[in-house]
Design a protein around this ligand. Structure first.
Ligand SMILES: *Cc1c(COP(=O)(O)O)cnc(C)c1O
Length: 313
């Protein structure tokens, strides 16, 4: 379990690295939608996604223990974040990425001096390979979500949300492995238990939804959702109990509505976000509680330019 203290400590530790991202609003959107909608803009975070929060919390601790080489398995954003913070600290990073990783994510890892290792398509394959490489004892594996320091780092976004927006009714958060939502939900619920935290998953990547309903972790065996940050097949061993404890509900959204949310944010907010980042907006629109003050956490903005036309169709 993680708690508010661990999240506050994370904020201290990573304060010099991560940005306090802005919250955006749009009167037209709120009026159309019939709720007051606030967007927490993690697509404007360093490296273009919230992942730098957890990664820097973990890697800084490793650095202080004299670790010289970190390794990550990631479809992109976590790898990018680990490479970025390692580079800042002057240590070495190796990132294991899937065959189909977006080119912009690959290029960013290279720009941060990360070594790239290509392996398979599922997160299990990548994590296995990364752990293998770290077994020589020289490199330390930095998990993408299933680690208290990672969860606590991601939770710092939750601390900011409760400070930036008054009288919140509901917060919508996308779910992949559950690191983001477990940290954010712990931060929010322990600050103000009255705020509802709603998880959002693509309907074709509904591992946490099914696990949540059944009360135990369930493996869906992979997914091909356009929200590539949410393709995990099973919730984390450590994240899932936190989700069970703090998350109020989980909504599923179809692929079409993720695209619609992307277009909506692009045209109305003039912001470019990635499909995984659009999922929370799609979830808020779908569940639409009516006349509430709602925060949608836009988790990232790293979308390949080649991919944008597919989202517009
Ligand atoms: C990793 C990621 C997520 C999912 O986060 P988890 O901690 O795995 O649940 C959502 N959106 C983006 C943009 C991501 O990079």
């Amino acid at each position: 379990m993680i708690d508010l203290n661990l999240i506050r400590e994370a904020r201290e530790r990573i304060g010099g690295i991560v940005k306090k991202t802005p919250v955006m609003t749009s009167e037209t959107i709120s009026k159309d939608f019939g709720n007051e909608l606030f967007f927490k803009c993690e697509h404007l975070q360093k490296t273009g996604a919230f992942k730098i929060r957890g990664a820097s919390n973990k890697v800084i601790q490793e650095f202080q223990r004299n670790t010289k080489h970190v390794i990550a398995a990631s479809s992109g954003n976590h790898g990018q974040a680990v490479a970025y913070i390692a580079n800042q600290l002057g240590i070495c990073s190796t990132i294991v990425i899937p065959e189909d990783a977006a080119a912009c994510k690959r290029d960013a890892i290279k720009a941060y001096n990360g070594n790239i290792e290509i392996c398979g398509t599922t997160s299990e394959e990548r994590i296995e390979r990364a752990k293998q490489i770290s077994e020589d004892g020289k490199a330390v594996f930095i998990p993408p979500y299933d680690d208290p320091l990672i969860m606590a780092g991601q939770g710092t976004a939750g601390l900011e949300i409760v400070e930036q927006v008054d009288d919140i009714d509901e917060v919508y958060v996308p779910i992949g492995g559950g690191g983001l939502i477990s940290g954010v939900a712990a931060a929010i619920k322990e600050s103000n238990p009255g705020i509802r935290v709603i998880g959002v998953e693509p309907a074709i990547a509904n591992d946490t939804y099914l696990s949540f309903k059944q009360g135990k972790r369930f493996n869906i065996g992979g997914s091909i959702t356009i929200a590539d940050g949410l393709r995990t097949s099973i919730p984390g061993e450590l994240t899932f109990p936190v989700v069970q404890r703090y998350v109020d509900d989980i909504v599923l959204v179809d692929e079409e509505s993720i695209k619609e949310a992307f277009i909506y944010v692009l045209m109305r907010m003039k912001q470019v976000i990635e499909p995984s980042g659009a999922v929370s907006v799609a979830g808020a629109m779908k569940r639409n509680p009516g006349s509430k003050r709602i925060v949608a956490l836009i988790s990232g903005g790293n979308v390949d330019t080649d991919f944008i036309p597919k989202l517009l169709k």
